[in-house]
Design a protein around this ligand. Structure first.
Ligand SMILES: [Cu+2]
Length: 154
């Protein structure tokens, strides 16, 4: 219980400082999600993962309190049409920084069903890495930027 209280204080302090998490050689920078429309069925989660170690790792899974959470990648085909597809894992090569951002890899919080993500909310989640293990993080929900990254197709 005491641990939970301390944790929430840290989260409240978040807006003034970038949220950064460390797990072994991995640094996870600023997990955010964007507020969704009331009718949206899913919302995207984003962050940056840096691997300072000498061996690669992989983000295998993200767990959070939604009916389904998947790892997606947005790709653009020859016709310029963007599509999202499930990817089983994201490689985090040794020495590399991998950006999960609009238009690329993202976490998909699915099954919102009339309970949209709202700015100011936080989403506790667990990141599961193949080698480094599990890490608890908190995604901050922010107002969407105008990136054209829609999820209406879900
Ligand atoms: Cu997606």
């Amino acid at each position: 219980m005491r641990k939970a209280v301390v944790f929430s204080v840290l989260v409240l302090a978040g807006p003034l400082s970038a949220q950064e998490y460390r797990l072994g050689d991995l640094t996870i920078d600023r997990p955010v999600a964007f507020a969704t429309a009331r009718t949206a069925r899913s919302g995207g989660g984003f962050m940056r993962i840096a691997n300072a170690g000498g061996t690669g790792d992989r983000l295998m899974e993200v767990r959070a309190d939604f009916p389904q959470v998947m790892i997606h990648e947005t790709t653009v085909d020859d016709q310029g049409v963007a599509r999202m597809g499930h990817v089983p894992a994201i490689d985090i090569p040794a020495g590399a920084t991998v950006n999960l951002g609009p238009g690329g890899y993202h976490v998909m919080f699915m099954g919102l069903n009339g309970d949209p993500l709202e700015a100011g909310e936080t989403i506790p989640a667990t990141l599961v890495f193949e080698k480094a293990g599990e890490l608890e993080v908190v995604f901050k929900v922010e107002k969407p930027r105008h990136t054209g990254h829609g999820h209406s197709g879900h």
